[in-house]
Design a protein around this ligand. Structure first.
Ligand SMILES: C[S@@+](CC[C@H](N)C(=O)[O-])C[C@H]1O[C@@H](n2cnc3c(N)ncnc32)[C@H](O)[C@@H]1O
Length: 501
């Protein structure tokens, strides 16, 4: 389970206001022009940032994490300016480790910085759109996109780093996302054969200055050289996004840095290259969020004057909303611009033997509606079977890393429903379901300990594999032995879930 959207792994001392003021001194001239309160800005960066989570729409309503947290004595408050986001966003105390709680393992919520949820709102999504997330890992925004589209249709999530794609896939699996295909490419060279897309998100790699409240160690690395180095890659990514966008479609470019070299200057260069075929949508048109204070984009930086419309970019200063720092530009491609041809689809095959696996699994768990009627079941590897949304149509290029959710491992004896499969299909199961409603039993299961359930608990089960639930929410898979012992098959790699209750 990724912690990249939650907390840095090694706590670093918070830098002093003087050290921060020195490291960020080159932004001092902006204060009084596009933003106020230099001291407030510096002070805000010395305060730790609260943890933000959103509830997984369709799996639980927003009240569930809030109620569970209240029972644990953890204060939480809704984030008013995220009221229109796909899940209910809650702000929790700084340092709260959401990933260590059972409801996180059960895919009821995801931790994502509040300000980091804004770019997906700016995409203005509706079901049926074909969407590309060009720099997607660890996948908080991909999951938001996928769920805003109703977990249907086609989302492509790309990243350059293999280990980060694994974290992305882990998050999508836990949240039960079935409409995403992942790929590993340099986004600047993403194949045009995959386009066109109605929406493209470029959440670009950047110098991350806006994450100083979460990553205070960054202060030692700040400086314009880093930003200048990143800007070439950022331009290539945004240029590619424009090519891949359908005429009339929308591109959102975002970073979590204050550096104009990585923000307005990148956007200005790409707008100039496109010579009128691309226009910037001014932030007030899409960022009118209750209680949210956005700042304008910069039009003058170190002697370079940018076109006045660059003021329509959105800057989020940490002291304005008690958040991290962020930058967002929303671009629309002219409807009359030339577009790319429709892509060749990837074949997602299910042979007769694999179809039998699906039928057998549904029979074992008493799932009434055939799995192959609900999803596009298919085999990508010898390991087993994946489920994608019925209308998920990924392109043949780029080569996919994964398409949909890995739900049934068939290369072991006996074959096994995966934990992600149990979370996805558990609500439909009517047989081989075992409830561990006591907190101690739930935690023992998550810690892979062997349990001895009561006859009342095993009434709906014969020996063999069972889906384990807690308070009606699926947690994963176990084996009920003839001896009456319950062997947890909760994955070791999800074991971050077991450190707290
Ligand atoms: C800001 S992070 C993305 C965060 C992600 N959108 C989310 O919400 O979880 C930037 C990502 O860009 C990836 N990246 C860096 N260079 C890239 C490139 N040339 N092409 C594609 N991805 C790249 C990094 O591996 C990193 O995961």
């Amino acid at each position: 389970m990724s912690s990249a959207d939650t907390h840095p792994s090694t706590p670093t001392p918070v830098p002093s206001p003087a050290a921060l003021a020195e490291a960020l001194a080159r932004y001092r001239p902006l204060f009084g022009q596009v933003v106020d309160e230099w001291d407030g800005f510096i002070d805000s960066l010395c305060r730790p940032l609260g943890t933000c989570i959103w509830s997984r729409p369709g799996r639980c309503d927003g009240a569930v994490p809030a109620a569970v947290l209240a029972a644990q004595g953890v204060p939480s408050a809704p984030v008013p300016w995220l009221a229109d986001a796909p899940g209910t966003a809650l702000m929790l105390p700084p340092g709260f480790k959401a990933g260590q709680h059972w409801w996180y393992c059960a895919g009821l919520a995801h931790a994502q910085e509040a300000v980091s949820q804004l770019p997906v709102l700016a995409l203005d999504l509706c079901p049926g759109q074909r969407v590309l997330d060009l720099c997607a890992a660890p996948g908080g925004k991909t999951a938001q996109i996928a769920l805003a589209l109703g977990n249907r249709g086609t989302v492509l999530a790309n990243d350059f780093a293999m280990d980060r794609i694994a974290a992305l896939q882990g998050n999508l699996d836990r949240l039960g996302v079935v409409n995403v295909t992942t790929s590993r490419c340099d986004g600047g060279n993403y194949p045009a054969a995959a386009g066109p897309f109605d929406r493209v998100l470029v959440d670009a790699p950047c110098s991350s200055e806006g994450t100083l409240r979460r990553n205070p160690g960054l202060v030692a690395k700040l400086g314009p050289e880093r930003s200048t180095r990143m800007a070439g890659r950022q331009r290539a990514l945004l240029r590619k996004a424009v090519q891949l966008c359908r005429p009339g479609g929308r591109i959102v470019y975002s970073t979590c840095t204050f550096a104009p070299e990585e923000n307005e200057l990148v956007v200005a260069d790409i707008l100039a290259e496109q010579d009128g075929r691309l226009k910037l949508l001014p932030a007030p048109a899409w960022a009118d969020l209750p209680g949210f204070v956005g700042g304008p984009g910069i039009t003058l930086w170190q002697g370079r004057t940018l076109p006045a419309d660059l003021a329509g970019c959105l800057r989020v200063w940490p002291h304005a909303n008690d958040s991290g720092g962020f930058f967002i530009a929303v671009l629309e491609k002219e409807a009359a611009a030339p577009g790319l041809p429709e892509p060749e689809p990837l074949a997602l095959a299910l042979d007769d033997e694999d179809a039998e696996w699906c039928i057998g699994l549904a029979a074992h768990y008493g799932i009434a509606e055939p799995i192959a009627a609900q999803f596009r079941a298919h085999r990508q590897t010898r390991r087993g079977l994946h489920l994608a949304a019925r209308d998920h149509v990924p392109p043949a290029a780029p080569r996919p890393e994964g398409s949909g959710l890995f739900f049934h491992r068939t290369n072991i004896r006996p074959p096994k429903l995966t934990t992600a499969g149990a979370l996805l299909l558990g609500p439909q199961a009517t047989r081989q379901v075992l409830d561990l409603d006591a907190a101690a039993e739930r935690d023992a299961y998550l810690r892979r300990q062997t349990l001895r359930p009561t006859p009342a608990q095993t009434a709906a089960c014969g020996s063999g594999q069972v889906i384990v639930r807690h308070r009606g929410y699926a947690l994963g898979v176990a084996v009920l032995h003839r001896s009456g012992e319950l062997e947890s098959l909760f994955p070791r790699k999800w074991s971050g879930c077991t450190a707290a209750v």
